[in-house]
Design a protein around this ligand. Structure first.
Ligand code: PXL
Length: 276
């Protein structure tokens, strides 16, 4: 695979091992030039901390875009994660239109919800704007809660393959060619990922670790994109990213003080070997 330049747009949570502080090291480890565009600056992520700071960086985006346009910069891929608001999504769409190289790839992780609820600060209008961004993507990587907000399918804790098929069909109708649906669990002891691409379905199940972990969606999406852009087909990239995420969670299990994130760094060597 040739050396590729990726732009990832998501927040900097200064502490929290999520979004940019995970995506940048993971994509760099996978062998790519990784440029960043911070959507917001927070002291920590919003999942479990209180009193965090939040600076919305939407107004910087058009100025950064204009500078990059002047410099003739192009990106082989744009990967978006947690974004600061509906207006920012319009700026990100403009940026993709202006800076994505011909034939470039757009991946959208609609990071906005989990466990049946939107994250703090988001509402239905934001979910509708995120749906617009998903329509412009080649690949989307929602969890089940996000998929429900995107499609209008009611969220359920337990379900069967027909429910997941209905969600995958509705997600595909939004427009992305490849849908990676995470956190799909048909049995209490396993969870997994469902892939829908070109009318084909693939499901990979792995053991379920009984612990709520922050940042694993970001780690999963970053590892998936790292593997995919290294030429792995979507089902294989989905499996590599799942195995890596499980390893990261396992690394953290013996440390209850590390509740806010997972120790993804010690497993980067395994990920590099898997994607190359
Ligand atoms: O991991 C998703 C995420 C990213 N960024 C911020 C978050 C969260 C989840 O809560 O709060 C700021």
């Amino acid at each position: 695979m040739s050396y590729q330049r990726i732009l990832t747009v998501q927040d900097i949570s200064c502490l929290g091992q999520c979004s940019l502080t995970a995506a940048l090291p993971i994509l760099s480890a996978c062998g790519f030039e990784t440029c960043i565009l911070p959507s917001a600056l927070l002291s920590t992520h919003t999942g479990g901390f209180s009193g965090y700071t939040f600076r919305d960086l939407t107004d910087d985006i058009p100025r950064i875009r204009q500078h990059w346009q002047k410099e003739g910069i192009r990106f082989d891929a744009v990967y978006t994660g947690y974004l600061a608001g509906a207006r920012q999504i319009d700026e990100v769409l403009d940026l993709i239109g202006a800076l994505l190289a011909p034939g470039g790839m757009v991946a959208v992780d609609p990071a906005m919800a989990d466990h049946g609820r939107l994250y703090a600060g988001f509402d239905e209008a934001f979910a509708a704007a995120m749906k617009k961004l998903c329509a412009a993507a080649d690949i989307i990587l929602p969890n089940i809660t996000e998929a429900c907000f995107l499609t209008g399918v009611p969220y359920r804790e337990t379900y069967d393959p027909a429910y997941i098929d209905r969600i995958l069909k509705k997600l595909t109708e939004i427009g992305a060619k490849t849908v990676i649906l995470t956190g799909v669990s048909y049995h209490p002891s396993t969870t997994g990922v469902a892939v829908s691409e070109k009318g084909r379905r693939f499901y990979y199940a792995h053991k379920r670790i009984d612990r709520i972990c922050h940042g694993t969606g970001d780690i999963y999406a970053s590892a998936f994109i790292g593997a995919y852009l290294n030429g792995k087909p979507a089902p294989e990239a989905a499996k590599i990213a799942a195995e890596y995420t499980v390893r990261c969670i396992e690394n953290t299990l013996d440390d209850p003080d590390h509740w806010y994130g997972v120790k993804f760094e010690p497993a980067l060597g395994d990920l590099i070997r898997a994607v190359r």
